[in-house]
Design a protein around this ligand. Sequence first.
Ligand SMILES: *[C@@H]1O[C@H](CO)[C@@H](O)[C@H](O)[C@H]1NC(C)=O
Length: 363
Amino acid sequence: MWICRLLVAVGLQLHLLGRCRASGRRGGAFFYQDVADGGGNGEIHFRGVRLHVESPSVLVSAVQGSSVTLPCHYRYEPELSSPRRTRVKWFWQPTDGGGPEEGVVVALGQRHRTYGDFRGRVRLRRDAPGDASLVISALTADDTGRYRCEVIDGLEDESVTVELEFRGVVFPYYSPRGRYRLNFLEAKRACEEQGAALATFEQLFAAWEDGLDWCNAGWLADGTAQYPVSTPREACGGVDLAPGLRSYGSRHRRLDRYDAFCFASALRGGVYFLQQSRPLNFTEAARACAAQGAEIAKVGQLYAAWRFLGLDRCDAGWLADGSLRYPIARPRPHCGPGRPGVRTLGHPPRHHKHAVYCYRAHW
Ligand SMILES: *[C@@H]1O[C@H](CO)[C@@H](O)[C@H](O)[C@H]1NC(C)=O
């Protein structure tokens, strides 16, 4: 696995990533042997039994606020005639590898115990013999990461890992004050204020595979500055380089300034265009959303609604950062370029009058 990490670290190509992931798919297995005394004649019989722990998916995508099942199954080969006492334990570790593994739940038969922030939100599914899948409800932003399902039989144990990520969308973000104004901390804060987080390298890479092409470098969560290019061009790092992520490498977190790439999770609730009889300045717009039990939509929420709910509206409206944008899922004449996307019209003076997009978590 270290080689995969290394490849990621140096931002090398990139198709290898897929392979590194796939290699985690295989479950663990070990052999143990039951030793039986063969009737006092000194003969010893070995019976090789094998415990397999498997998961059909190494990567599970979920929506924040919802429930998710992380699959894990174990079985013996050959099958056992009588059940054995097996203990199942799930661990969790943040994706970026920082911090030790933490316990999530441990179960022995029908008894189980849950830990920390997972208390009251997790259970084992136990749908069938050997089912050790973990069900987590009320997913919070902190729940993403690497989960390990460990099955312990006597002295031996085997495990398999499952990665939990949120379905989301990557979008470029720049300061209302202009391009290349954000140092690392400011970029992080800017994404968070817009209902998102700084994107990881893997998230930006996946967005590039989806066709994201953006010619301004932005901070990523690992402190590097990069930008995705699908059509090489002179203004954008030159035509001699293949399509891909252009990286400036690790930058000075306080002194260097770029834009940001933010990652917005798919959310419960929705964004809507507020029908108003007259245009509103920024303060009035925020108030009009509040009057409906909603709030003025954040940029990340608009992107998530566009990407996952197909929000499509050819009218620009205010958003929480004072920008003016509109979401187009079905490109058509007079609604911006020929590709789906969120159109950005910049940050007009706040006394100007426009429409507004609101966000409501519950319907
Ligand atoms: C918006 O209009 C209201 C009056 O309806 C005014 O009090 C407020 O200051 C205006 N806000 C801005 C940002 O111009």
